[in-house]
Design a protein around this ligand. Structure first.
Ligand code: SAM
Length: 392
């Protein structure tokens, strides 16, 4: 028999004042008593839907130097927006300590994100700490980050030297006018391509390129992007425009389903503009993208279809916000305060136990539920956390 211990997770902070048009990210209001068996570490925890914990996404800043309308629209994310004050951010030591607890519970892959992760000062120092972590079997972690690429030309070599293994770079168009409009900072495509080249030269591959597709905005860039990155031998992933957060004014008619993207690629292949494509096996359980490969082996494409083809069934991702809230779903509206535990002096064991307890209660499957609802009811669903805060 195991003897249960009880650890309360209570967020005792007063709500942060909201100064912008959008309320500050919601703090956890959950008050829960977690039953913790002493045999906690014997087996990695499963959630209520029997999903293990494997990936951890860590948002290291809620700030970004882009204002993509689908993520951080300029009208909302003004200079007066209530970004997190510096003291609220987890320190690198706190992040590394939490990461070790997550690894003890099964996490094998860590992705740094944001906001724009390369804006966090001296991010290399955090990467060094994370790169030192070993699994219980003595293996290093798969350590990667997602970036808009603007600072990569300058930082790729130092990131690699610090221990970063791979990078995913976001780029929504090759057409300079369209791209400048989409990032809404008049930033040129050339800067991101330079970043991609630097990442490649530094050995941060295999590189992946993320393209969010918005119908009527950049869908005519699908084939040019595919041709470019096929020739480069890099994986291009098409992401369906998602209803994350509460500020992007998401509408279903702006989503171009992955099936339609694939059809355009196949049409281009039939015209000899691209090699033929064939479906590939998933590389790992819980992988977000459906993979296809060019028949000549030159490159892959991926489809991330959270809107039309929900993949909650084997979702094994946890998310740690910039201020140390644990979220169990990209579409969550509430987190679990881990920073409070850290700063209250909890032991490593208690922290791991608390995370395990939260994970074991997890039932989240937002995208699947959304798929079963009529589009008109989506607006009435509870407000969600912004992607720039929770991490993409
Ligand atoms: N700043 C980094 C970047 O640009 O890659 C990391 C953070 S960003 C939130 C992570 C990924 O989420 C990017 O590839 C971005 O394009 C994607 N993203 C943001 N908002 C989205 C939305 N509404 N739908 C689909 N993807 C989105």
């Amino acid at each position: 028999m195991t003897s249960p211990r009880v650890i309360p997770i209570v967020d005792q902070r007063p709500p942060r004042p909201s100064r912008g048009r959008v309320p500050a990210p919601m703090a956890s209001s959950r008050t829960g008593d977690l039953l913790l068996p002493d045999s906690l570490h014997a087996l990695p925890p499963l959630d209520r839907l029997k999903r293990p914990l494997h990936d951890l996404r860590i948002s290291v800043t809620d700030r970004c130097n882009f204002r993509c309308s689908y993520c951080m629209p300029k009208e909302v994310f003004t200079k007066d927006y209530p970004y997190l004050p510096h003291g609220d951010l987890l320190t690198f030591e706190e992040i590394a300590r939490l990461a070790r607890a997550f690894v003890s519970l099964g996490v094998r892959k860590i992705r740094l994100t944001g906001g724009e992760p390369l804006l966090r000062k001296n991010i290399e120092a955090l990467i060094e700490q994370l790169a030192d972590i070993r699994t219980p079997q003595g293996q290093p972690l798969e350590l990667t980050l997602t970036t808009n690429g603007t600072l990569l030309a300058r930082k790729a070599a130092s990131l690699k030297a610090a221990g970063l293994r791979r990078a995913t770079i976001s780029l929504d168009a090759l057409d300079d006018t369209i791209f400048r409009q989409m990032n809404d900072m008049d930033y040129p495509v050339a800067g991101v391509l330079e970043g991609i080249a630097a990442a490649r030269a530094a050995g941060l591959g295999p590189l992946k390129i993320n393209m969010v597709v918005k119908r009527g905005v950049n869908d005519h860039e699908i084939v040019p992007m595919a041709r470019h990155f096929q020739r480069e031998g890099l994986t291009l992933r098409f992401i369906e425009y998602m209803d994350v957060g509460a500020t992007n004014g998401w509408r279903m008619d702006e989503v171009l389903p992955s099936a339609a993207v694939l059809e355009r690629l196949q049409h281009a292949a039939a015209q000899g503009m691209l090699p033929a494509l064939a479906p590939l096996e998933r590389a790992a359980p819980g992988e977000t993208a459906e993979r296809w490969g060019y028949a000549d082996g030159s490159a892959e494409v991926g489809f991330i279809s959270s809107v039309t083809h929900a993949f909650c069934g084997d979702c094994n991702r946890a998310r740690l916000s910039t201020e140390g809230q644990l979220y169990l779903c990209l579409f969550a509206h509430q987190g679990h305060d881990l920073r409070g535990l850290l700063r209250a002096g909890a032991s490593d064991e208690d922290i791991a136990a608390a995370i395990s307890g939260v994970w074991q209660e997890r039932t989240d499957r937002y995208s699947e539920l959304r798929a079963s609802l009529p589009p008109e009811s989506l607006g009435a669903m509870r407000p969600r956390i912004e992607m720039s805060y929770i991490g993409g």
